[in-house]
Ligand binder design. Structure first.
Ligand SMILES: [Fe+2]
Length: 241
């Protein structure tokens, strides 16, 4: 099976379309979404329609549940809170029901998918170092877990009792090792690279590829400004921070 894992789309339709074009060229067979379909960007409705149309296996991000009403978002940044309120005004009751029905994690025979971490997923903790990854490795009964949330792509590996971090773009899966793969962000990358990020997992080749694809950032920015969303949400797209 050739999976594409996308995360943190955040209502960025231009980023999502560019990633889906790349997925089609790469002959992806199934689309998985690690959460945060909405929030920040100007096209939450359109992004939700695409994810639902693809019947993507998807999990809840903190922004998805905040918009749906399932998560207290008083601790979000000013920009984040403004985006939640604006997004609520743009989507249908059916969209809200879809967001609230998303589970914290889903699993199949090949992988497990969660937005932030397997350890206390409802807390939406940022997996920013190996010690945090180890809490989740302990809970894995399949070899590969895909996450998002930090908007920074990378791979945590556990091998022979040792855990470490790789920022390689391609990883060959080794037997008996465990992997937690952050797919990066389609709609608001924060690693200094403004291109849309996503991941391809090929179970036949046993490879994981972290990919980047250019998209029409200018158009995504224009829509954010036109919608009256916080201006910084447009500016940051150009710098990937
Ligand atoms: Fe996010």
């Amino acid at each position: 099976m050739r999976y594409a894992i996308i995360s943190d789309i955040h209502g960025n339709l231009e980023g999502l379309r560019a990633v889906l074009r790349e997925c089609s060229l790469a002959q992806v067979q199934a689309l998985l979404c690690a959460g945060d379909i909405v929030g920040y960007g100007a096209n939450p409705k359109e992004c939700l329609a695409i994810i639902r149309q693809f019947k993507a296996m998807a999990v809840a991000g903190n922004h998805d549940w905040a918009v749906g009403g399932r998560l207290d978002f008083s601790h979000f940044t000013d920009d984040g809170r403004a985006a939640v309120e604006w997004t609520r005004s743009q989507i249908s009751m059916e969209d809200i029901a879809y967001l609230n029905a998303l589970e914290l994690s889903v699993k199949n025979k090949d992988l497990i998918l969660v937005h932030a971490s397997l350890y206390q997923p409802q807390e939406f903790r940022y997996m920013t170092d190996v010690s945090k990854a180890m809490e989740s490795f302990a809970l894995m009964d399949v070899p590969v877990c895909f996450i998002g949330h930090t908007h920074v792509p990378g791979v945590f590996v556990q091998a022979d009792g040792k855990s470490y971090y790789l920022d390689n773009s391609t990883v060959e899966i080794q037997p008996r090792y465990k992997y937690i793969v952050n797919a990066g962000s389609v709609g608001q990358p924060r690693d200094g690279n403004p291109m849309a990020g996503f991941c391809i997992y090929d179970t036949g080749l046993q490879t994981i590829e972290l990919r980047r694809v250019p998209y029409n950032i200018h158009e995504a920015q224009r829509k954010i400004l036109e919608a009256g969303l916080p201006r910084n949400l447009a500016f940051r797209l150009a710098v990937g921070k």
